[in-house]
Write a protein that binds this ligand. Structure first.
Ligand SMILES: Cc1ncc(COP(=O)(O)O)c(C=O)c1O
Length: 383
């Protein structure tokens, strides 16, 4: 089996699973309990928080645990809207955000907030100038992702941060779910960023765990009301085995980041160079620094994305249509649509997404399978 669907989810790393199991068996107390078992659990919780903060270069009290990327995005967006609603009701985001962001925006629109959706160019990138023009005196939040999950475009966060220097009260949120460990650490550490969203299962931690970075002093209303965990910001008994596992997964990811990124880039290039030569192939992802090392999105003209996915699956290769969320709904990729790709090509798009465990040998097998599949579909190609 060749697994090229790592943007959908990654396999839990064995060392992470071991931590998960050890913590579940030995440190299973509730961190809020006053007895020794609770205290041991609380110590591990805070140790995990310190480790994550250290890896990201922020303070431990700026890290808040969540259930994953969807919760983090919902929290930062709605939490900002609720906390800052008396200052303004305007929000800016991009047209190519993950549904966790876009659908949060839709809910806020129903509550009377106004949202500007920045367009993207043919490379799937926001133009900083469009952001500058969209800013208003009542803008409270700008939310732009680090790396797009469908085509892998890296967004111009440094330019956006520069523009926002003149608007210090506007919250700047970056969905970094696809960005962590992908060679853009400098961008994620930009001083002007106020909030970052992360999800553990995208870097070999279990599902259902994640965290946000919240810059000290920024206003954010809690969405989870309850027992007051996470300094009253996010109630709910902490998922300690997953948190400890995630902090280990993050360390493993970041200590090998440089070599992982160059390996993924090499694999991506091997596939890119092979498929790009075919007349009926359109590749939507690029090879340079403006594109992520791990995502390669392409279409075989005239063949539906699902059909391509199943053709690869028959050969033991797992890829996806443009995102795991849209694949079962059969919807056209929002990102490709925003990039101006015509529907008949966009419906043929598929995504290969890599991680550091993939190999060049797997890329070669993929290329062989691609040749066979491409030849099989030759009769249905549309020009
Ligand atoms: C860019 C982006 N944001 C948010 C999410 C949602 O994360 P989770 O699956 O942890 O809820 C995803 C998941 O694919 C994603 O790719």
């Amino acid at each position: 089996m060749i697994y090229f669907d790592n943007s959908a989810t990654t396999k839990v790393a064995p060392q992470v699973l071991k931590t998960y199991q050890t913590v579940s068996e030995q440190i299973w107390g509730n961190p809020s309990s006053l007895h020794a078992l609770g205290e041991t659990a609380d110590n591990l919780l805070e140790q995990s928080r310190r480790q994550i903060a250290g890896l990201l270069g922020c303070a431990p009290h700026e890290i808040f645990f969540t259930s994953g990327g969807t919760e983090g995005d919902n929290w930062v967006i709605k939490g900002t809207a609720f906390a800052k609603r008396t200052f303004g009701k305007h929000i800016i985001t991009s047209a190519i955000e993950h549904p966790a962001v876009l659908n949060s925006m839709k809910q806020l629109e129903e509550l009377g907030f106004e949202v500007t959706y920045l367009p993207v160019d043919v490379h799937g990138q926001v133009q900083p100038e469009d952001l500058r023009k969209a800013l208003r005196s009542d803008t409270i939040l700008v939310s732009v992702m680090a790396i797009n999950n469908e085509v892998g475009s890296v967004q111009p966060l440094a330019e956006i941060a520069d523009i926002l220097e003149k608007h210090p009260s506007v919250h700047f949120h970056v969905d970094a779910v696809q960005g962590i460990g992908k060679g853009i650490g400098e961008l994620l550490k930009l001083e002007r960023i106020d909030f970052l969203t992360f999800s553990g299962h995208k870097f070999h931690a279990p599902r259902g765990i994640g965290f946000i970075y919240k810059k000290a002093g920024r206003m954010l209303a809690p969405l989870m009301a309850g027992g007051g965990q996470e300094k009253n910001q996010r109630s709910g008994t902490e998922n300690l085995p997953a948190i400890a596992g995630m902090s280990k997964a993050l360390r493993l990811l970041l200590e090998n980041e440089e070599q992982n990124v160059s390996k993924e880039r090499e694999i991506k290039r091997r596939i890119y160079d092979h498929i790009v030569q075919e007349e009926n192939v359109t590749v939507f992802s690029e090879l340079g620094a403006a594109s992520s090392p791990h995502i390669l999105c392409f279409a075989i003209g005239g063949v539906r994305g699902e059909t391509i996915v199943h053709a690869f699956e028959e050969k033991g290769i797992y890829i996806s249509t443009t995102s795991a969320c849209s694949s079962k709904k059969g919807t056209v990729s929002g990102t490709l649509n925003a990039m101006g790709i015509v529907e008949k090509i966009a419906t043929s798009a598929v995504r290969v997404s890599l991680d550091e465990n993939n190999t060049l040998a797997e890329a070669d097998k993929f290329n062989q399978a691609f040749d066979q599949i491409y030849a099989r579909f030759a009769k249905v190609f549309v020009k």
